[in-house]
Design a protein around this ligand. Structure first.
Ligand code: HEM
Ligand code: FES
Length: 349
């Protein structure tokens, strides 16, 4: 656990990202409505429908950014700040999507005899049609998932949900994405939105997100293969040149048995700890050293790199591994040391 680092509280970086997110949303909506008003056929488009479209398109765009951050951070450490701050982006995404859903429900279902929320689900029962499918129900399904993710991003839930529940909840972002894709495509088929343009935008977005995930998976598989190839089973693992690890950052290596080890370079030393955070299994090797402690990129739990122990008063522990450095190369013993036992860091020559 972190004694000093509080990623969830407001700090300078979080405020900066929040301002960027807020300005980005404002700019997107303003440009969308301005272009829409300049180009729309005034007989068929009202400012209300334009606002519903702008909020829907903005939230869909933000959903793409949320989905792209994971693979981008795996491809380059430059994107790690986005990874650290993606919780705020997720909550903002939910707020914009909820505004879109609320306005759409009021505009299309608010003027009849039925309660708008009842009307949303019962007014169109043609689930077997394509051109007249009740596409709004798919949007509602996605919105419920986005709500669950936004609501449980608070620290209370982070500390009380088990890793398995947490992981499952976050994997639901993919069904949510699928539902929004169908929501937009079936909406366009029913004559809503900008039809052909939306279909193209969805196709390009899908290609980018799929491409990024496949590339990140291929690059990771290549890294794992190279590590395995250099590794005679149960022997010390050649973890590469020490100079290629940036100061206060880590390299992740994979043992033949599949254990992930994070090698941190800091203050002229290298230490090896498990890559798996004791909190929610976050990737410690994608974090950095802050105040002399390994700091998890997900929620900021911290560990002493030489013992794997969280600083007092916390009691969590992760495995540590013995290492040695020979002619600038790091060798790590894949067998973990006794939990919490001091492990000598290796001096960088
Ligand atoms: C209860 C939930 C939802 C309802 C009732 C709803 C309703 C609608 C309606 C009526 C339209 C067509 C607007 C028009 O007439 O042009 C639409 C389009 C759209 N929605 Fe939703 N939606 C919901 C959730 C979502 C969510 C969660 C997202 C994305 C995260 C989203 C993204 C979009 C997009 C990108 C469009 C296309 C823009 C357009 O057609 O104008 N919607 N939605
Ligand atoms: S701090 Fe939550 S997973 Fe590491």
């Amino acid at each position: 656990m972190a004694a000093t680092y509080k990623p969830v509280l407001w700090n300078k970086h979080k405020r900066f990202y929040d301002v960027v997110i807020g300005l980005g949303i404002g700019l997107y909506l303003a440009i969308f409505v301005a272009v829409g008003m300049a180009t729309a056929d005034s007989a068929n488009t009202s400012i209300e429908i334009l606002a519903i479209s702008a909020l829907g398109a903005c939230s869909f765009f933000m959903l793409h950014i949320v989905l792209a951050i994971g693979p981008l951070a795996r491809l380059s450490t430059k994107f790690l700040p986005l990874l650290y701050n993606r919780r705020h982006l997720g909550v903002s995404l939910f707020i914009v999507a909820a505004a879109h859903a609320t306005f759409a429900t009021i505009w299309y279902h608010g003027f009849g005899v039925l309660n708008p929320l009842v009307s949303l689900f019962v007014s169109n029962p043609r689930y077997s049609a394509i051109a007249a499918f009740p596409f709004e129900s798919l949007g509602a399904f996605a919105l419920v998932i986005l709500f669950l993710m936004a609501a449980t991003s608070h620290d209370f839930w982070l500390n009380n949900l088990s890793p398995a529940v947490w992981k499952t909840l976050h994997m639901l972002i993919y069904p949510a994405y699928g539902a929004v894709v169908l929501h937009v495509l079936l909406g366009a088929a029913s004559g809503h939105g900008g039809s052909r343009l939306y279909v193209w935008a969805v196709a390009v977005g899908f290609a980018v997100i799929t491409g990024l995930h496949l590339t990140a998976a291929a690059v990771q598989a290549g890294r794992d293969r190279r590590t395995r190839a250099k590794t005679p089973a149960a022997d010390w693992i050649d973890a590469g040149l020490v100079d290629t690890i940036p100061e206060r950052r880590a390299r992740i290596v994979l043992t033949p048995s599949g254990t992930q080890i994070a090698l941190f370079r800091y203050d002229g030393k290298v230490s090896a700890v498990s890559n798996v955070c004791a909190h929610q299994m976050g990737p410690l090797g994608e974090g950095c050293i802050i105040d002399g402690l390994v700091t998890c990129p997900w929620h900021g739990w911290q560990y002493d790199p030489t013992t794997g122990r969280s600083p007092p008063p916390y009691t969590e522990r992760v495995d540590t591994f013995s290492i040695r450095i020979e002619t600038g190369r790091i060798f790590v013993n894949p067998k973990p040391n006794a939990k919490g036992a001091p492990t000598m860091p290796a001096a960088v020559g």
